[in-house]
Design a protein around this ligand. Structure first.
Ligand code: ADP
Length: 715
């Protein structure tokens, strides 16, 4: 029994041992699981806390950005009032001391305002709220305007300010022009601020170009104090200045470059600086712009050329200016030479005269060391051999007397430096008796137009002459109005095929005049095509013109190709083989017989078929068409004005169907074009198409009215 118990006890003992061990292992496992669970819980909690902290930090940063943005925005309003009111008081009678104190208030106000603007921009960028616009703009014109706005500051310090856009740089770009201006103004402003002597130059080159984009490299160089090598990178950080001790001398906050560098980044480019302390700095930035597909002709530098035998001499002591002017003139096909002094200039003029190659045009800087531009003008005037020379003077605008002296000396034009290409082109046109021609004259388009009666509303004598020259050369009959009021009166009294309307005119501007004309046309049912003459090729300008009821636009200075292409696009189809001066709107007026040719406005046989051969019913249909079309035209114009593509499509469609039913197929085609424009949402083409529709519909209306009056008999 004992022996039988023995193994059992041993087994039990082992069992107990194993059970204990198992229990212990289980306890350990349970403890570890619990500990692991706790660890995971703790980790989760820590992660949640971390996330919360991060979110709180982000929210705080956004809130800080928003607060800064809101505050700086809010402070700007009273700030503007303070500056504005101070300016008003400054215009009243004050003692010298009062004037001095208030001038200081205004100055302090202005610096505070620019600081606010910087803070607003910076906080907007930091809060990720700054969005770039994308519009078509003309690079040369925009940069020219920006540089001109800095001219006063530069010339006030006796600095030369120049800008040079290389000829290969495309002009019509798509991007945010005002932010580009901000960067340029900041860099050029700094360059002027930190330079006491010499020049500040903006150079613009194209480093690579595809069919769709262009990489543009901007460089602003100066001959100023320079920046130490160890500061070249940090100056792009916010609130960093190369030399804090200069703050008092030059002012500033250290935000300008930080903003510029963020803006360049947003534009997909790079910004950097190089400098040699004591010799000057060069600030570079690159931007990749899309090319504006809308205006391919503008994507090239201006094609205008002068006759090859025009010889020009440039007299300027500044080598950069000589280079820039020389390049511009050569690009326009002139024979240009340049010299640095008045003595050299006179020698060159005499030598050219002796060689029977006289110089036609002199472009001279006004202020030069030693003998200046006025001395040159006087000497040219005194020499009878040089009497035919035309003079253009480049002034810095700092001397109020300059303009009067220019006039006394018979200078054709005086231009404020830095000169914009478009201004120089206009001035040369004026100086040379407007011998502006095009590289290739658009004879084909011009010939197709026949002779038109055109009203030219333009206050600038130069542009009047230029446009008159171009238009009359092609046989058009041109009436001139000097302002918007005169234009409206002329359109009231006479029937024109086309109006060329300047935008900025005294008395009544072009937009207002167009609105008046269009309002009157609501009653008369007529529609005279109006082409705007705009100083800028900016998309927003074009939008404004089209919204005001204009049908197209041409940018100034007027170039023959662009002008005739635009006119042709608007009305060429309407005057195919016309030789006389009958305006398109008058066609068909003499129709007493039903038209039968292929170009007939209305196929009466088709119309009669639609009316089931019943003349009375046809009269009812015609009456209905007239009433319906009047309503639909109102709808079409409202839809274009409100940019409502759907309504435009529907109204044009209804009109097309009615016209087709009555066999007025060419007018129906014009309506169909408008319908397609609505469907494809191409509203920028709508005004031109609506104008064409009007031109075709007007004579049809006359014929329909003649039919209703019983003047037309249908076999
Ligand atoms: P601010 O001009 O308001 O101080 P910026 O951010 O525009 O701020 O410039 C930062 C600093 O970079 C300036 O304070 C100056 O020290 C240096 N700097 C910028 N441009 C030039 C320049 N053209 N020549 C010399 N120093 C410059």
């Amino acid at each position: 029994m004992t022996s039988a118990m023995e193994p059992h006890a041993a087994w039990q003992k082992r069992y107990e041992r194993e059970r204990k061990a198992r229990l212990e292992a289980e306890a350990i496992a349970e403890k570890s699981t619990r500990e692991l669970y706790e660890l995971i819980q703790n980790l989760k909690k820590a992660a949640a806390e971390l996330r919360q902290a991060k979110e709180a930090a982000q929210a705080a940063s956004v809130a800080k950005g928003n607060f800064l943005a809101n505050m700086s925005h809010e402070i700007r309003t009273p700030m503007n009032a303070i500056i504005g009111m101070t300016e008003l008081v400054l215009d009243t009678e004050l003692t010298d001391t009062q004037h001095e104190y208030l001038a200081m208030v205004r100055e302090a106000g202005n610096s505070l305002l620019s600081l606010l603007n910087d803070t607003l921009d910076f906080s907007k960028i930091e809060a990720g709220k700054l969005e770039l616009d994308s519009d078509v703009f003309g690079l040369r014109e925009r940069l020219g305007d920006a540089m001109k706005s800095m001219a006063f500051r530069a010339h006030g310090k006796g600095l030369e300010l120049a800008y040079h856009v290389h000829s290969e740089v495309p002009d019509a770009l798509l991007g945010d022009a005002s932010r580009l201006r901000q960067i340029v103004v900041n860099l050029v402003g700094n360059a002027i601020k930190f330079t006491t002597q010499g020049e500040v130059v903006l150079d613009v080159a194209c480093t690579s170009q595809t069919d769709a984009t262009a990489d543009i490299h901007f460089t602003v160089t100066d001959t100023g104090i320079g920046i130490p090598a160890n500061k070249l990178e940090s100056i792009f950080d916010s609130f960093e200045q190369a030399d804090m001790s200069t703050t008092r001398q030059f002012g500033g906050t250290g935000l300008g470059l930080a903003i510029s560098s963020r803006l360049v980044e947003l534009m997909g480019g790079r910004i950097w600086a190089e400098s040699e302390p004591g010799r000057g700095s060069g600030f570079h930035f690159t931007v990749k712009f899309s090319l504006a597909a809308e205006r391919p002709s503008e994507a090239q530098p201006p094609q205008t050329v002068f006759p090859h035998d025009v010889r020009a001499l440039i007299v300027d002591d500044n080598a950069t200016n000589r280079l820039i002017l020389n390049e511009m003139l050569s690009n326009w096909g002139m024979q240009a030479t340049s010299v640095a002094t008045v003595a050299e200039g006179l020698a060159a003029l005499r030598a050219a005269y002796d060689a029977r190659q006289p110089i036609h045009l002199v472009i001279t800087d006004c202020h030069m060391p030693g003998e200046d531009g006025f001395d040159l003008a006087e000497k040219i005037n005194r020499n009878s051999q040089l009497a035919d020379i035309q003079l253009i003077m480049l002034t810095s605008g700092s001397e109020p007397d300059d303009i009067r002296r220019c006039e006394q000396l018979g200078v054709v034009a005086h231009l404020l430096k830095p000169v914009k290409q478009s201004e120089l082109l206009d001035a040369i046109g004026l100086a040379l008796g407007l011998q502006v021609t095009e590289a290739e004259m658009p004879l084909e388009e011009a010939r197709k137009l026949g002779a038109l009666r055109i009203l030219l509303a333009e206050d600038s004598i130069v542009n009047q002459k230029l446009a008159l020259g171009l238009l009359q050369k092609h046989g058009h009959d041109v009436t001139v109005a000097n302002n918007g009021k005169q234009a409206v009166a002329a359109i009231d009294g006479e029937c024109f095929d086309l109006v060329l309307m300047d935008i900025q005119m005294p008395e009544m501007d072009g937009l207002e005049a167009t609105a008046v004309v269009r309002a009157k046309e609501m009653k008369s049912g007529r529609h005279v095509p109006i082409i705007a003459l705009t100083a800028h090729a900016m998309a927003e300008d074009r939008e404004r013109c089209l919204k005001a009821g204009m049908d197209g636009y041409v940018s100034k200075p007027i170039r023959a190709r662009e002008l005739f292409d635009t006119i042709a696009a608007l009305i060429a189809t309407e005057v195919p083989a016309q030789s006389g001066k009958t305006p398109p709107a008058m066609q068909g007026q003499a129709t007493t017989e039903p038209a039968t040719s292929a170009d007939a406005l209305i196929h009466w046989t088709v119309a009669l078929q639609t009316a089931q051969g019943n003349q009375d019913f046809l009269k009812e249909l015609v009456q209905l068409l007239l009433e319906e079309s009047a309503r639909l035209f109102v709808e079409i114009h409202a839809a274009i004005k409100e940019q409502d593509a759907k309504t435009l499509q529907r109204a044009a469609h209804t009109l097309k169907s009615s016209l087709k039913a009555l066999g007025a197929s060419s007018v129906a085609q014009a309506a169909e074009r408008l319908e397609t424009i609505g469907r494809e949402n191409r509203l920028s083409d709508a005004n031109a198409a609506a104008s064409l529709l009007h031109q075709r519909f007007d004579p049809l209306k006359i014929e329909l009215l003649a039919f209703l009056a019983g003047e037309t008999t249908i076999a």
